[in-house]
Design a protein around this ligand. Structure first.
Ligand SMILES: C[S@@+](CC[C@H](N)C(=O)[O-])C[C@H]1O[C@@H](n2cnc3c(N)ncnc32)[C@H](O)[C@@H]1O
Length: 211
């Protein structure tokens, strides 16, 4: 089968390894009660998936987004897609995560993919980290725990570049996140100078443009 993406072999191999792990985890995840899922969620990649990964990658390349912020790196799947785009346009990804063991894994995968120099991890609470970052950002992925989307947006909004794109994952799936997803969309859509649309890609993404 032809790979529809223009990715080099090292990047493809890393992404395929992530996807094989995600498929194994999905089988386990679907059997867990909500209590077990909450207890074990840090074991899992919980990735954006290939469709959203590809979409993020093409947004970076087509918009020549150089100042990229990822909020919720997990084990580095979406980071890899963003970093591959960053390499193509001469950009850099700043990626926020509060679990150091996840960023260690992510760093090893990015090294395998040949993308280390395009990513800087900032370890700690994302809300605190965003306060310390000057911005402005051209492209942002919001994909941390869902109750934090609105507070993250409040901090992020003044740091968006003209024409910035913000992508927020998990707008449609999982169902348990819908209440927070709806609150996020309502907030974004009343923000001044923001145009926003819900797209049925992957888990459902809200794509918003500033000015
Ligand atoms: C859904 S996962 C991210 C998946 C990742 N974007 C991907 O596609 O591979 C959410 C991540 O956000 C992190 N996270 C949650 N709350 C956070 C916070 N307050 N500060 C930093 N990271 C946080 C979690 O540890 C978890 O790794």
């Amino acid at each position: 089968m032809n790979d529809p993406t223009a990715l080099d072999q090292a990047v493809r191999t890393v992404l395929e390894d992530y996807e094989a792990r995600a498929e194994r985890e999905e089988k386990v995840w679907s059997t867990l009660s909500s209590e077990e899922a909450a207890r074990r969620r840090d074991e899992m990649l919980l990735p954006v998936g290939r469709a959203t990964g590809t979409f993020l990658n093409l947004l970076v390349k087509s918009g020549e987004a150089r100042r990229i912020l990822e909020i919720g790196s997990s084990y580095g799947y979406s980071t890899t897609w963003l970093a591959e785009g960053a390499r193509a346009v001469g950009g850099k990804v700043t990626s926020l995560e509060n679990k150091v063991e996840k960023t260690e894994y992510a760093s090893a995968q990015l090294a395998r993919a040949g993308l280390s120099e395009y990513v800087e991890f900032v370890i700690g609470d994302a809300l605190a980290s965003i306060r310390t970052l000057a911005g402005p950002f051209d492209l942002v992925l919001i994909d941390l725990w869902k109750d934090l989307y609105v507070p993250v947006f409040e901090l992020l909004y003044p740091k968006l570049a003209q024409g910035a794109i913000v992508v927020a994952d998990n707008m449609l799936q999982p169902e348990s996140a819908r209440i927070h997803a709806r609150a996020y969309r309502e907030r974004v859509r009343v923000a001044r100078d923001v145009t926003s649309v819900l797209l049925s890609i992957g888990n459902g993404i809200e794509v918003s443009r500033f000015q």
